[in-house]
Structures are given as C-alpha cells and as structure tokens.
Design a binder for this molecule. Sequence first.
Ligand SMILES: NC(=O)c1ccc[n+]([C@@H]2O[C@H](COP(=O)([O-])OP(=O)(O)OC[C@H]3O[C@@H](n4cnc5c(N)ncnc54)[C@H](O)[C@@H]3O)[C@@H](O)[C@H]2O)c1
Length: 463
Amino acid sequence: MHHRHRRIPPAEGTLGVLLPGMGAVASTFIAGVELVKKGLARPVGSLTQLQTIRLGKRYENRAPLIKDFVPLAPLERLVFGGWDLFADDAFTAASKAEVLRPDQLAAVRRELAAVKPMPAVFDPAYLRNLKAAHVKSGKSKMDLAEQVIADIEAFRKKNSCSRLVMLWCGSTEILPERSACHESPEAFEQGLRDSDPAIPPSMIYAYAAIKCAVAYGNGAPNLSADVPALVEMAEDAGVPIMGKDFKTGQTLMKTTVAPMLKARMLALTGWYSTNILGNRDGEVLDDPGSFKTKEKSKMSVLDSILEPERYPDLYGKYHHKVRIDYYPPRGDAKEGWDNIDIRGWLDMPMQIKINFLCRDSILAAPICLDLVLFLDLAQRAGLKGVQEWLSFYFKSPQCREDLKPEHDLFIQHLKLKNTLRLLMGEEVLDHSGLDYYDAQKGAAPSFPAPRPAARRRAAKAAR
Ligand SMILES: NC(=O)c1ccc[n+]([C@@H]2O[C@H](COP(=O)([O-])OP(=O)(O)OC[C@H]3O[C@@H](n4cnc5c(N)ncnc54)[C@H](O)[C@@H]3O)[C@@H](O)[C@H]2O)c1
C-alpha cells in the first residue's frame, strides 16, 4: 500500500545544533562532523550518512542512501553552540576528554575553538560530583528559563539559523520526585515561578527549547522532557521531542542478544553486567543518586524484551544485576563484561560471555548526528510530540504513558525505516508475502520470475 507523501519542506538554510553539556560526547560529535566535512574521516556508525533503505520489492533493486531518500540537512549547514558548567571551548573540552587523537583534533582546532559554551543552568541538588564554574544566576527558575530562551534566540539570530535542534549531552542528573508541577503546562510554569525543587536544570532547557519551537532530544537518563507537562507543551507547539539515554555499549549488546534468546525460546537464569569507565561521566555516575537514574534506565530493557509475564517458565525468575565502576585509568575507553546464564533443551545450562572494549563517546557521537538530523526532519514533516520511531537510539525510549516502550533493536530498526518510507509515500516493508509461494505452486507470479540465464548467473555468484 502506498501512502500519501507528506510534503516535507527541503532542509534549506542553516541548522543550529544546541548542546546543553559540552563534554566528551558533545565535543567528539562536533569534532567528527568537522573532520567529515573536510574529508579527513568517515562518519562510521551513522545511519543518516551511510545506510541505504530498500524500497519496494526485492527485484526492483531500489536501495538509495537514506540521506538521498529523505530531505536531511547537509553536514555543511550545521552550526554548533551550547552550554556547560565549565567555560572550556569545544577544542579544550575534546582535548581534556582524550577521546580523539591530538592529530585529529589539530586538523579542526579552529572550528572547535570557535564553539564556546554559554553559562549553564545549574543546581547542585541534582548533580553532586561536579563543582560548576560557569553558571547563570536568576531570581527564580522561570528567570533562568527566560535566560536560556534569550540565549537560543540570540544564537538563532547571530548564526542566521533557519531551524534549531537541542540535544541534551549533559551529565546524568539525580531523578526528581514525581511532583504535581510535572503534570500540566500550567502547573509546570507555576513551578518555574515558584522555583519548585522538583524541576531540575534539564527540564528548564527542555522547556526553553519547546517555548522556542526547537526540537529537543535527551541523551541522558534524566527525565527532562519525559513528563506530561512538557509532552503536552511539545504537542501543542508542534515540537518533536525524544529521549532518553543514548543506547551505546552494554545496552546495545543486551537489546541485540535478548531478542535472539527469546526468538529461539532459550531460557534465562541470570544476566550479570559490569563496566569500568574513567571519564567525567563515570565520575558523575560514581554518585549513588546519578547511578540510580542510570541503573533504572539500564534495568528495564530485559523485562520488556523477554516478557516474563507471558513466559513465566523461561523468563519468570532470572537474576539481573548491573554495575558501573568509576576507574580513572581507562578514561573514555570503557570495558564491559556480561555473563549470561541460559538454559536450553531439557533445561541444560549454558553460558554466554561478552567482553566489549568500547569507546563510549565514539559510539555516542554518530547517534547525536542521526538524532539531530532526524529530529529536524520530524519537525519539517509536521511530526509533533514524542518521536517513538527514534527508539532505536535510546536505552529508555520515551513513549505514550499508556504504552510499553519497544526495546528490541531489530523492531526499533524496522520501525525507523518504515517511518521514513511512510513519510516519503513508499510501501511499508514487513519482509513477507504469500505471492512468492503461489508462484512456486504454478500460479501466475505477481512479480517477474528471473530468466534462466539470470538464474544461472545468480547461482554462480552465490557460489
Ligand atoms: N557516551 C555514551 O556512551 C553515553 C551513553 C548514554 C548516555 N550518555 C550520557 O551522555 C551524557 C554526556 O556524557 P559525556 O561522556 O559527554 O559526559 P561528560 O561528563 O564528559 O560531559 C557532560 C557535560 O555536561 C556538563 N553539564 C552537566 N550539567 C549541566 C547543565 N546543567 N548545563 C550544562 N552543562 C551541564 C558537564 O559540565 C560536562 O561537561 C551523560 O549524561 C551520559 O550519561 C553517554
């Protein structure tokens, strides 16, 4: 079935990318985009830059690059800004983060040094392990929100931006108590005026973005825009929002292996995950409050994929443990270990071990790029509110309160690509169809059968 093509305005003009939090992830993202723009590196890990999308039937051989299929902003038109608790420009932040090599950073030094963070909104009640040095002061949280709104508008004007996207790359905040001020736009704005303690800085940035009609993504597990008040405001203002918590190392593995166990009906008795990392993110997560936020985000994925309520015998009683240890010598080069205890035929026990020597920010940077480009696409396409089709990129995908989030990486991937197909009026693909088998039974095929010579050539190529 073909759908009506939503008339999506082209991605003309400059796209401003605003990043609250300009540490390891943000600086690796910006440096990467600048290196790619100069032809000095490849955007490995980015679907928007590298992946193709199959359209129609297999024999049609239509598989353009995603970036040639949907109208995305070109990298040349991105301009970066943001806020941080420290005044370091993006070159200094990237040098301190030690994710990229000095020779890589030297090649884009001028571009990175030009990205200087604006003073941040900070509240030590939500972030205990960092001593902020570059912050705003205000009479109330509403006053702080208005300052962020003024920053956004000044950035828009100075850089002649046609459109803007904001992506939270700041530290993981302690979760606030769920409070009445989160429930409706009116209560939230009153909460800002009263400086309600249940409003953390990330919600103030999200509010400011929505007020300025700027799409908002959240790469950390803090609630940020994931409260009814801000979701309603985003829907009313026609602003796409999505979070939470970039799906990078261990959870990427988990949401890949768990669907396999379930697909094959292999039982799970235990999953023990532990990590060491030594960057500033690790330092923040060393605080039990911030760790609790992260743990919540990491724990939910298995239950949601395995559905213990449907399969109590296979998944009703497994033991799940997640640990993160701050270990400075490793910097951003995180190491994760997973021990997975499973059972097979006749309940015979087996084990899977995964040892992932990853680089946190190298995995997160392409996600930042894709999210910025897809959130901007969503806004031009008129998609407002929570963008569930972007669940693929998140550990705790935001979704409607009455629904369960989808964690299975493969379903998320299919959903993302099918959403792109729908946006462009192409047929949704579910990779099945009975006409194939009808053809084998001798019925008239509804697709062209390959000619004998073509079949021989294909068989030879397959050998
Ligand atoms: N790298 C990954 O694989 C990954 C995966 C999932 C989530 N995340 C999350 O992404 C975020 C960034 O990670 P990182 O490695 O870049 O951490 P980082 O510590 O290097 O950078 C975070 C930056 O945010 C700043 N910050 C904190 N509160 C702020 C505020 N209120 N306003 C403005 N700036 C603020 C800090 O000063 C710091 O520079 C973290 O929350 C992390 O948990 C990272």
